[in-house]
Design a protein around this ligand. Structure first.
Ligand code: HEM
Length: 532
């Protein structure tokens, strides 16, 4: 008799459930007793089932909307211990606690709480949740955005900061300006292909600065490898949800136990790690060796880490730091630009005002440069508003706690996953009155006929790029890149809503507008009109 994965699965599930009961009990009652926190409550949150916790209450998509609702609903109803009432009553609604199969999850829904924990207590909140499946089995064990807090994170962030800090990233400005003009020229020839051309443009910029590799066509091998690698994660399901992630010891079983689809998918993810990280790194290393490498981040890091005996120090860190740039930077900047295009199509009066500001400043003499940014406050406010209203990554990347913590009388255990609900933060009516209204004026103050940015309105850039010691490394270059594409497109194209066959404007649906900016690509390609 042969034993197939179908036969093993129920037995495994039973073992896991029994084990998770033990884990949950240990993590909740007795553990809190040992650590002296037994009288402290977790942050408030929806009541879940024994052992399984809130697993069935978690929506499959757009979780940030549910988190926002829970923050309002449970924040006030859960009674904290009396002595803490005055201290925490005002803030309770901004932190939610969930339990998912015994895993502690804390969701922060306000900027103040995210800043108080992730910025101010960075020594506790800078880990990433353990993802044994991706990290230990799929081979993504040196990629900055995934790896746990420690020496490798320090080193990779130091390496990348050397290229992307505010003054270093200025070196890329003229390259970004040149590329945004190439993009505009290509769009003139193919106005209905904006999304595809913009994607290729982002890929070309990143591949050049990271590896010195020139991308001239959409089906460039390096770009295809990187995209395939990123998509290969789909085969593994929601990160953190596989039984191997919950009970890492199960990773010792042969992979076929989890079914053929999983085993094949895992192979694809392992190949993806090689294709996206090791393969381009090895090629540049070879080019450096024979003296044919173009100047790039990877080439510079290789030279800086050349040991006297001719070997390279810190190779895992160099390849990991370079490998994450495409994954973290290409799609994000592309969807941010798309969000701007859709906003301009929907709000023609804002578009006209932004274009007038640009035209008055440039007087038709030249195209915009990144150095013009501070002199065009309305356009800057338009960029902030489009980054705020439909977020590129509404939940950012999850953090995790390195140690137990007590915050405003609430217990946050070691190992908890900490999610930042940036969507709710960016739609907080205290910071942004009428948060669903696209209104760049909220960021401006006018006097003497001049507009300038208000310093008393929260800058969405302080939210959307994340928090603390894991804040986005590429934020300065991302802003420069998004702004120059916006300014170049605005000074060369008319942006309008697409029309149906009867010539009627097609407005994005409410449901579409309620989603994150990733969904914009469907609409955006049909919004640009040929040059004015
Ligand atoms: C609109 C564009 C972008 C947005 C909205 C964005 C947003 C984010 C967010 C939310 C995080 C997680 C921060 C946290 O854990 O608290 C992150 C991490 C990261 N981003 Fe960006 N990002 C953008 C563009 C870029 C670009 C262009 C690059 C590279 C040039 C980049 C490189 C990274 C890296 C390496 C990390 C991982 C940092 C770590 O784990 O320590 N990002 N980004």
């Amino acid at each position: 008799m042969t034993i197939g994965s179908e036969d093993l699965y129920p037995a495994l599930l039973l073992v896991c459930l029994a084990f998770s009961t033990f884990v949950v009990l240990r993590k909740t009652r007795s553990f809190r007793y040992w650590t002296g926190h037994e009288s402290l409550p977790f942050p408030p949150g929806p009541k879940g089932l024994p052992v399984l916790g809130n697993i069935f209450q978690m929506p499959q998509k757009d979780q940030w909307h549910r988190f926002g609702e829970w923050a309002k609903q449970y924040g006030w109803s859960n009674s904290p211990p009396l002595e803490f009432v005055p201290l925490i009553i005002e803030f309770l609604g901004n932190i939610i606690y969930l339990s998912l199969l015994g895993k502690h999850v804390v969701v922060l829904t306000s900027y103040d709480e995210a800043s108080a924990l992730l910025n101010a207590r960075g020594s506790i909140y800078s880990d990433r949740p353990k993802l044994p499946l991706i990290h230990d089995h799929a081979g993504w064990d040196n990629v900055l955005s995934i790896i746990p807090w420690g020496e490798s994170v320090h080193m990779q962030r130091r390496m990348l900061n050397g290229f992307f800090n505010p003054s270093a990233s200025r070196k890329y400005h003229s390259f970004l300006e040149q590329h945004s003009r190439i993009l505009a020229l290509q769009v003139v020839e193919n106005p209905l292909d904006f999304d595809a051309l913009n994607r290729m443009h982002m890929a070309a910029v990143i591949m050049w600065i990271t590896y010195g590799h020139q991308v001239t066509e959409a089906d460039d091998d390096w770009v295809i490898d990187a995209k395939t690698a990123i998509n290969s994660f789909d085969a593994l399901g929601v990160p953190g949800s596989h039984l191997i992630d919950i009970f890492p010891i199960l990773g010792r079983l042969p992979y076929w136990v989890w079914g053929k689809t999983f085993a094949v998918g895992l192979k694809g993810t392992q190949k993806g790690a090689y294709d996206m990280i090791d393969k381009p790194y090895n090629q540049v290393k070879q080019q450096v060796k024979v003296g044919t490498a173009e100047p790039s981040i990877t080439a510079k890091l290789l030279e800086d880490n050349l040991a006297p005996d001719g070997t390279i120090d810190n190779e895992r860190e160099i390849s990991g730091a370079a490998g994450i740039i495409y994954a973290a930077g290409a799609d994000t900047t592309n969807v941010a630009v798309n969000s701007f295009i859709v906003a301009m199509a929907m709000y023609p009066e804002v578009q006209m005002k932004a274009r007038k500001e640009l035209d008055d400043f440039l007087r038709g003499e030249r195209l915009p440069n990144i150095d013009d940014m501070p002199f065009l406050p309305y356009l800057l406010a338009v960029m902030k508003e489009s980054l705020r209203i439909r977020l590129v990554a509404p939940l950012g990347l999850p953090h995790a706690t390195i140690a137990d913590d007590v915050y405003k009388g609430m217990f946050i255990p070691k190992g908890a996953m900490v999610l930042t609900d940036m969507w709710t933060m960016c739609h907080d009516p205290h910071d942004y009155p009428n948060p669903h209204q696209f209104d760049p004026e909220r960021f401006l103050v006018r006097g003497g006929g001049m507009a300038k940015l208000r310093s008393d309105v929260r800058d969405p850039e302080d939210i959307i790029f994340g928090f603390g010691r894991r804040v986005c490394v590429g934020r300065h270059v991302a802003i420069a890149q998004i702004w120059i594409i916006m300014a170049t497109i605005l000074s060369t194209f008319e942006i309008s809503l697409p029309r149906d066959q009867a010539g009627k404007e097609v407005h994005p649906t409410e449901e579409h507008l309620d989603q994150n900016a990733r969904h914009e690509s469907k609409t955006v390609s049909r919004c640009l009109c040929p040059p004015l």
